[in-house]
Design a protein. Structure first.
Length: 360
C-alpha cells in the first residue's frame, strides 16, 4: 500500500526543519521544539492536524511573527515537496494581523508548494489588498505564483475555506483569469479551467459569457474552456454544447445496452456495450457519455455521468462502445447493494436505460 500522506510529516522532517531554523536563528530551542511536536498524540494525528500542530509549535518557539516569518523565508527553499506547505500554514495561523508581511511570505512560499489554502483568510479580511496582490501575481514570471493567483480565489476550492462572496459574485476573479487565459504553463491553465468550472456551479451565465469570448482565441483558451465547462457539458447544457459545435437536436439511434450480467457482486466489475448510429444525412459531432444511478445508503439514487467519446459521425456510421464499471469501494465512493441503472447520453440527450442489481 502507498505511504499515507500524513507520514510526510514525520520525525525526520521535524528534525530537518529544526536544523535549518537554528542555522538562521541560533537561539532556537531545537530539542524543546522537537519534543513539543512529537508528543504523545503525534501518531494519532491526521495529515492536516500534523501540519497545523507543527505551525502552532513554531509560533511557540520562534520570535514574534514579523521576525519569525522572515526566518522561515530564509529556510523555506530547503523544502521543495508537500511538506513545505507548513510554511504557508504558519502564515495562516499566525499572520492574519500582518497582511503586508504575510502576503510577501505567501508569494515566496508558494514557489515551493502552494499557498492556495493560506491565502483565503486574507482574501476574506483584506479583500481589496489581497485581490490586488493576486492581480499582480497573475503577471508574475514564476508559474507557481501565477497559479496561486487563480487557485487561491477559486470559489469552491476543495478542502479549503469557502469564499461565499465569490460564490455569489465572482466578478473580481474574472480580471485575474483574463491575464492567465493564454498562459504558457499547463499547470496554470488547468487552475484557470478549474476556477471556471467552480464558477459554473453558482454563476453559469457568467462562465458561459466568458467562455464564448475566449473560445477560438488559441488552442490554450480552447482547452481551458472545454475543461472549464466540463460540468455543464456533462449535464447537457445547451449553450455550452453549442460553443463546441455539438448539435442540440440529435438524430441518433442508440442500441439496447448489453450488460454482462443483470446481477453483480459487490466488488466485481460490470461490463456493458452499446452502439451509436448517426441517422442524419450529414456528418454530426457527438459528445457521448453514460450515466450511472448509484444506490446510496439512505435508499436514494445518486447519478454520476461518465465521458466516453467526442467524434464526428458520418451519415449512417455505426460505432460500438465497450465499457467497464468497477464496484470496488474507493475513498471517493462507497457502493451499496440494491437496484442501479445506466443510460447513454449523446449531446446532453438521454437514451436507452437498463437496470441491474448489486448484491452483497
Amino acid at each position: 500500500m502507498p505511504e499515507p500522506l500524513k507520514n510526510y510529516f514525520n520525525k525526520e522532517f521535524v528534525s530537518k526543519l529544526a536544523e535549518e531554523i537554528v542555522k538562521a536563528h541560533p537561539q532556537f530551542d531545537v530539542a524543546g521544539f522537537q519534543k513539543a511536536v512529537i508528543n504523545k498524540d503525534w501518531e494519532d494525528r491526521a495529515l492536516k492536524d500534523r501540519m497545523r500542530h507543527i505551525s502552532v509549535c513554531l509560533g511557540d518557539f520562534l520570535p514574534e511573527y514579523t521576525k519569525a516569518v522572515k526566518l522561515l523565508m530564509q529556510v523555506a527553499h530547503q523544502f521543495r515537496d508537500f511538506t513545505s506547505m507548513v510554511f504557508a500554514d504558519f502564515v495562516e495561523v499566525h499572520g492574519l494581523e500582518h497582511p503586508d508581511e504575510s502576503l510577501d511570505a505567501l508569494e515566496l512560499f508558494t514557489k515551493y508548494s502552494s499557498s492556495e489554502f493560506a491565502i483565503r483568510p486574507f482574501i476574506i479580511r483584506y479583500e481589496e489588498q489581497a485581490m490586488g496582490r493576486m492581480l499582480v501575481w497573475s503577471k508574475d514570471e514564476n508559474h507557481h505564483v501565477r497559479r496561486l493567483s487563480s487557485e487561491g480565489c477559486r470559489p469552491r476550492l476543495p478542502w479549503a475555506m469557502a469564499l461565499p462572496k465569490y460564490k455569489n459574485d465572482p466578478s473580481p476573479i474574472i480580471e485575474i483569469l483574463k491575464n492567465l487565459k493564454d498562459d504558457e504553463s499547463a499547470y496554470v491553465r488547468k487552475s484557470v479551467a478549474n476556477n471556471i468550472n467552480d464558477i459554473t456551479k453558482d454563476n453559469p451565465a457568467m462562465a458561459l459569457k466568458l467562455s464564448k469570448s475566449w473560445y477560438g482565441i488559441s488552442k490554450h483558451t480552447d482547452w481551458i474552456i472545454k475543461h472549464g465547462l466540463r460540468t455543464l457539458l456533462k449535464n447537457g447544457n445547451e449553450e455550452a454544447l453549442k460553443i463546441f459545435g455539438f448539435k442540440e437536436n440529435v438524430n441518433a439511434e442508440i442500441s439496447t445496452i448489453q450488460l454482462s450480467n443483470g446481477k453483480i457482486n459487490m466488488g466485481d466489475d460490470l461490463k456493458f456495450s452499446f452502439d451509436v448510429t448517426n441517422d442524419d444525412s450529414e456528418s454530426s459531432f457527438y459528445k457521448i457519455g453514460f450515466v450511472v444511478g448509484y444506490m446510496k445508503s439512505a435508499g436514494k439514487v445518486s447519478e454520476k455521468i461518465f465521458h466516453v467519446s467526442e467524434k464526428d459521425f458520418e451519415p449512417r456510421e455505426i460505432v460500438s462502445f465497450n465499457k467497464k464499471l468497477s464496484f470496488k469501494d474507493l475513498s471517493t465512493r462507497k457502493h451499496y447493494p440494491g437496484k442501479h441503472y445506466i443510460y447513454v447520453v449523446v449531446n446532453g440527450n438521454a437514451f436507452v436505460k437498463e437496470e441491474f442489481e448489486v448484491i452483497e
